[in-house]
Design a protein around this ligand. Structure first.
Ligand code: IPM
Ligand code: MG
Length: 367
């Protein structure tokens, strides 16, 4: 089969980790005979520097024609001025919206060798394997009005948390479907004691649960959920929530894994099937940022990107076997003791971005 993959490396360590992801796809192509047509473009700070905008319309247009998008990270101190008219992050938000990738899937898995990097008692974080589903194209991030102005009493700003029934229903459905394929427990996170949008969210969750009698639906208020997530994280399997809640909780969740450098994400425009028979267009990115302090030094951990490529193969290209081989190769190479600096304790284990990626690629594809 032939697939079009758009590559958007972005800023900081984005390009060096994405390069490993592309190398992995090329190796998979040799092994499987599938063809990947890559197109590459700039986004974020790099696009601001070259074009004055964080995302060019043509880049969005080309991305929406691709089967999948592999994304690095955007941002950096150079573009951090709060009064700036354009920001690198706008590019990411705009492409999520343009592609309609409303379902952000963020798996959190704990690795036993990283126990010492986790600031929680190890008995709490053993064997964590949960999925956070974050609504990604609505809610507080995109609701209008969204602006700043000045009146006679001073400066004023507003953001709007708005959701339609359709937006809530489709994201909750992703939650129920994923829960059905796993441990059949779905935690819907909201703030229904205060917010109208959350009350609608909760009502729809309850209505929809009639279609999923095999899935146990539970509701948690977002404030107490942040506490539960560190007090008793193993209670969670699939969690689903509003855009901003998901932004915050997923950063908290990443602490459970021990390193941001290990966590992939998929942002999907529909509900794919785990066996690859139903595909969804998607944007795939490591959840870490641009890490400007280590950019260009070969220190970045490529695993989050490599695991994002696995998700890309599974959800957007319908190649679940290839995805599994990558995930297994990551586990094996880690078990063999290879580490990048963010996850390595002993000097002799530490390898570069490229060396770690090559080990995984070799094992997953024999190339
Ligand atoms: C994330 C990031 C982004 C977000 C930023 C970079 C715009 O924090 O993907 O979680 O807030 O969604
Ligand atoms: Mg975030």
């Amino acid at each position: 089969m032939k697939f079009d993959v758009m590559v958007l490396p972005g800023d900081g360590i984005g390009p060096e980790v994405v390069e490993q992801g592309v190398k992995l796809l090329n190796a998979i192509s040799k092994k499987s005979g599938h063809t990947f047509n890559f197109e590459q473009d700039i986004i974020g700070g790099a696009a601001i520097d070259s074009y004055g905008v964080a995302l060019k319309a043509e880049t969005a247009e080309k991305s929406s024609k691709a089967d999948a998008i592999l994304f690095g990270a955007v941002g950096g101190p150079k573009w951090d001025d709060p009064t700036a008219k354009v920001r690198p992050e706008d590019g990411l938000l705009a492409i999520r919206k343009a592609l309609g990738v409303y379902a952000n899937i963020r798996p959190v898995k704990s690795y036993s060798f990283l126990k010492d990097s986790i600031p929680l008692k190890s008995e709490l974080v053993d064997d964590i394997d949960l999925i956070m589903i974050r609504e990604l194209t609505g809610g507080l991030y995109f609701g209008k009005p969204k602006k700043q102005w000045t009146n006679s009493r001073g400066r004023v700003a507003v953001d709007t948390l708005k959701y339609t029934e359709k937006e809530i229903t489709r994201i909750l459905r992703v939650g129920f479907e994923l829960a059905r394929g796993r441990n059949k427990k779905l935690t819907s996170v909201d703030k229904a004691n205060v917010l109208e949008s959350s009350r609608l969210w909760r009502q729809i969750a309850i209505e929809l649960s009639a279609e999923y009698p095999d899935v146990k639906l539970e509701h948690q208020l977002v404030d107490s959920c942040t506490m539960q997530l560190i007090q008793n994280p193993r209670q969670f399997d699939v969690m689903v929530m509003e855009n901003t809640f998901g932004d915050i909780l997923s950063d908290e969740g990443s602490v459970l894994a021990g390193s941001l450098g290990m966590l992939p994400s998929a942002s999907l425009s529909g509900i794919p099937s785990a066996d690859g028979s139903i595909k969804a267009k998607g944007l795939y990115e490591p959840i870490h940022g641009t890490a400007p302090d280590i950019a260009g030094q070969g220190k970045a951990n490529p695993i989050a990107t490599i695991l994002s490529v696995a998700l890309l193969l599974r959800y957007s290209l319908g190649l679940p076997e290839e995805a599994k081989e990558i995930e297994a190769a990551v586990d094996t190479v880690l078990a063999q003791g290879y580490r990048t600096a963010d996850i390595g304790k002993e000097e002799e284990q530490i390898v570069t971005t490229e060396e770690l990626a090559n080990k995984i690629i070799e094992l997953a594809t024999n190339y």
